[in-house]
Design a protein around this ligand. Structure first.
Ligand SMILES: [Zn+2]
Length: 508
């Protein structure tokens, strides 16, 4: 036979969790033609020597905010390179309630600034999945895209940006729009229950939409209402939505935030395990870092976001600041209270008007005589799109969640400039280097399953995620002894670090 590519002499880890084996992989077109034993006389246009290397399926990143990367200015972050350089060949977008469709033209005109703040420069909005797909196809694409419909997009179009319960007609409109998006090839629906307008929905509204998902055999992913001191209640809400509708539930970027909550992942994982044991189809994903990242606005109280970004100008009033201060004090430990109780953990990652502040904490920026909460308010009034990195997690929790059998890997990487979270460029190589090799928190076969076969099955990517004859030839070859992440908080897009050899380590 004649193949286009032969990857020869490597160790294949096929993505299913079965043990590694020495095998050659032949590729014809975009499909895996055959996996060892190869028939005699295979000829290939290109032969790649994979001796001492591992060959795996291309990694599937289940949680990104890169939906409009291909439409945005042509920068390195937007190019797809940060994904491809760490082995990611498929991206699941439309997370945390944000997707660029289905958004009506009227809404795109009036509330476009909200999604631009959420999704970055160049974000555009589309009436439906075919229009989105057509726009993407005009541009060179790096990785494959599998989009989810964002509940925020559905609700903006049907209800607007107000903090109120949707009417029966509005819920029916959202269900119809979701039904259409799923019929057009969408992979599920996400909520972002700390972000407006998704956060304004009561549980019953999400249950109604989850019934539509269940009918299509698609899943529900959720950035839950709380990831700190009320994380148990938030998990219960996600489980209830699964029970009421029969939809598979995916808890996005599971974490426990806030020093007093450290260690609580033992309890959250038990909660998830026991629901699963009771027959509920629930799983989770995680990124391998102890810092989160979001908009600075997400640390502010819900009432400030009622009506859209225009309300943010109220932060110029002392009265409003005092109310924010009071509510942050009673918010309990976690990101929302960080404005008053741990401003040193909140670091500006992108501030278009003040690039000099990027990499500095609210405490540092406020200085000795300033107040960090005032600093945060001043920044937001000027630019509601300011992004932050919040250092409020514990290494043991991250490790425990990552090693859990139901967890798959999602970077939560986004677009935008400044000093973004290094997860965009380093999440997958960090799992392989830091957590598999250096800390032995999970073994390589299991880590590869969490990045390939498991997410493909979970999100319904039928022909990807496993090395087998006939599957798509998304493949990664790497050296398990040296693979590691290079991206750091100081240099967030660095692809990989030079890995010292054992002799130079000994000499240093
Ligand atoms: Zn999120």
């Amino acid at each position: 036979m004649k193949a286009d590519l032969l990857i020869a002499g490597g160790t294949v880890i096929d993505g299913t969790g079965t043990p590694p084996r020495a095998a050659d992989v032949a590729v014809t077109g975009d499909r895996i033609a055959v996996v060892d034993p190869l028939p005699a006389g295979v000829e290939a246009a290109t032969v790649l020597d994979a001796t001492d290397r591992v060959v795996t399926p291309g990694f599937i990143d289940v949680h990104l905010h890169t939906d409009t990367a291909a439409l945005a200015p042509d920068t390195e972050t937007n190019s797809g390179l940060p994904s491809l350089r760490q082995g990611v060949t498929s991206e699941i977008c439309g997370n945390c309630g944000f997707s660029p469709f289905p958004v009506s033209d009227t809404v795109a005109d009036t509330l476009g600034d909200v999604l631009t703040a959420a999704m970055g420069e160049g974000a555009r909005f589309f009436a439906d999945v075919p229009a989105y797909r057509a726009a993407l196809e005009e541009r060179p694409l790096g990785p494959n895209y599998a989009p989810l419909a964002g509940h925020g997009a559905l609700r903006m179009t049907a209800v607007g940006f107000d903090d109120r319960v949707a009417t029966t007609d509005e819920i029916a409109e959202m269900c119809d729009a979701l039904d259409a998006a799923l019929a057009e090839g969408c992979f599920g629906m996400s909520t972002g229950l700390i972000y407006p307008p998704s956060m304004f929905a009561p549980t019953e509204e999400i249950v109604a939409l989850a019934h539509v998902l269940a009918r299509h055999g698609r899943l529900y992913t959720t950035h839950m209402r709380d990831e700190a001191n009320r994380v148990d209640e938030a998990i219960d809400e996600a489980l209830e939505i699964g029970r009421e509708s029969g939809v598979p539930v995916q808890i996005s970027h599971h974490k426990v935030v806030g020093r007093p909550n450290w260690g609580h992942s033992t309890a959250t994982l038990e909660r998830i395990d026991s629901a699963r044991a009771g027959g509920l189809d629930v799983a989770l994903d995680v990124y391998p870092y102890t810092a989160s990242s979001t908009g600075l606005l997400a640390l502010f109280p819900r009432w400030l976001l009622d009506g859209g970004l225009a309300s943010v100008s109220r932060l110029t009033e002392n009265e409003t600041r005092d109310a924010v201060r009071a509510e942050s004090r009673t918010a309990g430990p976690g990101a929302r209270s960080a404005l008053v109780d741990a401003p040193d953990t909140v670091v500006i990652s992108a501030a278009a008007h003040h690039p000099d502040l990027e990499g500095h904490s609210l405490t540092e920026i406020a200085g000795d005589n300033g107040d960090p909460l005032d600093t945060a308010c001043d920044l937001l009034v000027e630019d509601p799109g300011v992004q932050v990195i919040v250092h409020q997690m514990n290494e043991e929790d991250v490790t425990r969640i990552l090693a859990h059998p139901l967890a798959v890997v999602g970077s939560d990487g986004g677009l935008g400039g400044g000093k973004p979270h290094p997860r965009r460029a380093g999440a997958f190589t960090r799992v392989l280097g830091r957590y598999v090799r250096d800390r032995e928190a999970l073994d390589l076969v299991e880590a590869v399953r969490k990045m390939t076969g498991a997410p493909a099955e979970r999100f319904g990517l039928a022909d990807r995620g496993v090395i087998a004859t006939g599957r798509r030839a998304d493949l990664v070859v790497f050296d398990p002894d040296t693979v590691r992440d290079g991206a750091t908080y100081d240099d967030p897009l660095a692809p990989r670090a030079e890995c010292p050899t054992s002799s130079s380590t000994a000499a240093s």
